[in-house]
Design a protein around this ligand. Structure first.
Ligand SMILES: [Zn+2]
Length: 374
């Protein structure tokens, strides 16, 4: 009953903090950091490096505070990096993504990421919004979409995607694809697609455009893999690597990630089913810096029961940022999935949270109760 109270007061005294350090208590990660005067380095409580002497330790409530006091980040526990729990979930997702055909049990997965099954299940659900098992089912759907886009025949594609048998796949395919699999082909024949990739604070971005508008904005870690993915999606198109032509678009992405731009002046040229179109339009109406739940979007498009179809439409968004699918989160606030990785979604929402929305009436900010107080 008083868990909120005890959590709030956990690690609030230096004694509690020091005990957490001596226990390498992972649950304290994020709650505070400690700096070691003799080395000038600061760490997470769970850091595996040698224990410092108590008299050489300073405690800080944030990484920024430690840096401001002149400490450098520990290379071992990387206290300025992602929160440890996001790293764990990222590693779990990577393990599940590695081979969608293989069905990993929770026990196998927990062994792969070195976290207890109980802890992993809870953490995964909290961050992603679904269990590892549900996540895997969704990934099989995505693998199926990919195969079909490449033009692999339906029977082969379903087996490759780990569905086991085509009949089994047809049960779930309508929900995953929004239409019959044999109809699912991205066009591209006769199109000229220009593209370029560039490094950003979120990793590499690839932007591609037809003569009519942007057809793809994707994030990744490997330029060859990004270009490869584009090549598969537009298998019949003529692809031209054209950094000069794409430079202004990439500049817009860059400005967005730095928080100096909040809207894109980009015409879009993307293929969508009627339902995707409704969902994507609803996403574009979410103001900068705000989030909505999947069920709110389902309501906004007039299909309040189609929450899963909304999630699927978000996951198939071809243009990161321009259609801000990162602003849709789970009802309780957990991040749910993101086509380009949960960590990127977390960073995008963080950037938006730290920059005031420019088109939300900031010229006349409300000044609550000041007149009455005076
Ligand atoms: Zn450390």
């Amino acid at each position: 009953m008083n868990t909120a109270l005890s959590e709030a007061s956990a690690f609030s005294t230096d004694d509690e903090r020091w005990t957490a350090v001596l226990n390498r208590d992972m649950s304290a990660d994020g709650a505070f950091f400690y700096g070691v005067r003799t080395t000038g380095v600061f760490c997470r409580p769970s850091c595996a490096s040698r224990f410092p002497r108590r008299e050489n330790v300073d405690f800080f409530s944030s990484a920024d505070e430690a840096r401001a006091a002149g400490y450098r980040e520990c290379k071992r526990c990387q206290p300025g990096g992602l929160p440890r729990e996001l790293e764990i979930v990222n590693r779990a997702c990577a393990a599940l993504d590695a081979d969608p055909q293989q069905r990993l049990t929770l026990a196998q997965l927990s062994e792969a990421v070195h976290v207890s099954p109980f802890h992993l299940q809870r953490l995964f659900k909290r961050v992603v919004g679904v269990s590892p098992r549900q996540y895997q089912a969704a990934q099989r759907g995505a693998a199926l979409r990919d195969s079909l886009q490449r033009g692999v025949d339906v029977t082969r594609a379903t087996v490759d995607a780990g569905f086991g048998s085509p009949s089994r796949m047809y049960d779930t395919a309508a929900a995953e694809l929004g239409m019959a699999p044999s109809d699912y082909r991205r066009k591209g024949a006769g199109l000229r697609v220009r593209y370029a990739s560039a490094p950003t604070s979120l990793g590499l971005v690839l932007v591609a455009t037809t003569d009519k508008g942007i057809c793809k904005i994707a994030f990744g870690d490997d330029p060859a893999a990004l270009a490869d993915e584009l090549g598969k999606e537009f298998a019949s198109a003529e692809l031209i690597d054209d950094p000069a032509r794409l430079a202004p678009f990439i500049d817009q992405v860059d400005a967005y990630l730095r928080g100096t731009r909040q809207r894109f002046d980009l015409p879009l040229d993307i293929a969508a089913t009627a339902f995707q179109q409704r969902v994507w339009e609803a996403l574009r109406r979410i103001p900068y810096g705000e989030t909505r739940s999947y069920s709110q979007i389902a309501e906004a498009v007039g299909s309040p029961r189609a929450v899963r179809a909304v999630a699927s439409a978000c996951a198939s968004n071809p243009v990161a940022l321009a259609i801000p699918c990162h602003r849709v989160v789970q009802k309780g606030g957990s991040l749910a999935g993101y086509r380009w990785g949960i960590a990127r979604k977390a960073m995008l929402l963080d950037t938006e949270a730290h920059h005031e929305a420019k088109d939300a009436g900031n010229t006349t900010p409300p000044i609550p109760d000041m007149d009455h107080a005076a």
